[in-house]
Design a protein around this ligand. Structure first.
Ligand code: AVI
Length: 325
């Protein structure tokens, strides 16, 4: 058995966060990259979100993976070794469904990749206990560093998982750039399973990001806490409000932190003061919701072939299986 965690990402992130915060808070409108929501505290809060009754995507994807694991296996069963690469693995709990089913039926190696070192450490530990015979190598990296790592795996069949509608946090231009990059990191016939949240009743969507326990609010406020802790900011969290809003036409579910008064915030690491007007917004997240037409278009534009679409019983969510052309 092989188990270990590589970690380069966190050091690099320290310099990047200062640069990105400077850019994001200097822009008009103000915007912070959602990847900074996921420090250890943010990743823990995101796990709580996945257990919320309002946050349907996690439940839908569980149902899909449970019901489609055998059909998925059929696409892999003729390969003599398969690497399951889990981009943005989080706690890996959904992937366990597949690993548990696949590992007795296929020679398998599991590569979970996540920006949170804590999440990776936990997933490796948990798997060591649950499936001791599984080969696993945890990688602490962001998506693009993770894709670089894939290029090293030349002669093995890969199934890349990009689940949980993580792709929805990119806009269309970024999604195309990411998928082109992913395509270049893979070989012909490698497979990708992509989770897309679909357009549906707008109330269902908005409620998923405006939960009654206010965990999503805490999750978004964590980005300001992080700036205070890591960059010496003096954001007074009480002077901001959380405001999630869904546009059923574009499919954009956006979350904002809004300044309730005119105020200034000083960030020591940048030696800079940022002013906020009353009701000025900072966008912290955008979670895109898709139609099937857009998914088909994305696959065509990035040179993948759609092999199958696995839906949950409500057709709220789809795990779309793509093959490298
Ligand atoms: C990780 N990502 C796909 C989640 C989403 O739905 O956009 C993050 C999230 N934000 C609030 N709730 C969940």
């Amino acid at each position: 058995m092989q188990a270990g965690v590589r970690g380069e990402s966190e050091k690099k992130e320290k310099g990047e966060i200062a640069e990105d915060v400077l850019k994001g808070l200097s822009g008009k409108p103000k915007k912070l990259p959602s990847k900074y929501l996921y420090n250890d505290e943010g990743s823990r809060l995101f796990e709580e979100i996945m257990d919320l009754k309002e946050y349907y995507p996690a439940r839908c994807e569980f149902e899909i993976l449970k019901d489609s694991k055998d059909e998925l296996l059929q696409y892999l069963k003729n390969d003599h070794e398969v690497y399951v690469v889990d981009l943005g693995a989080g706690n890996g709990i959904k992937t366990f469904i597949l690993l548990h089913y696949f590992h007795r039926r296929l020679p398998l190696k599991y590569l979970p990749i996540d920006i949170s070192k804590l999440a990776i450490d936990e997933v490796v530990q948990k798997l060591k206990l649950k499936i001791p015979e599984l080969q696993i190598e945890g990688i602490n990296a962001d998506y693009f560093e993770g894709l670089e790592r894939l290029k090293e795996l030349k002669d093995v069949k890969k199934l890349v998982l990009f689940l949980g509608s993580n792709i929805g946090n990119f806009n269309i231009r970024e999604a195309i750039e990411f998928l082109n990059h992913l395509h270049k990191s893979l070989n012909k016939d490698d497979l990708v399973l992509l989770g897309f949240d679909l357009k549906k009743n707008p109330v269902t969507i908005r409620t998923a990001y405006n939960d009654s326990k206010q965990i999503t609010e805490k999750f978004n406020f964590n980005i300001l806490k992080r700036i205070n802790e890591e960059l010496g900011g003096n954001f007074d969290l009480k002077k901001f409000m959380f405001y999630p809003t869904y546009d059923p036409h574009t499919g954009e579910m956006k979350s904002f932190l809004i300044s309730k008064e005119s105020q200034s915030v000083y960030i020591k690491a940048l030696d800079k003061t940022f002013s906020f007007d009353t009701w000025e917004t900072i966008q912290t997240e955008c979670s895109n919701k898709y139609s099937l037409d857009v998914i088909i278009d994305l696959a065509e534009k990035t040179n993948f072939q759609i092999e199958n679409n696995f839906f949950d019983s409500n057709h709220y969510f789809v795990d779309s299986l793509w093959k490298v052309k």
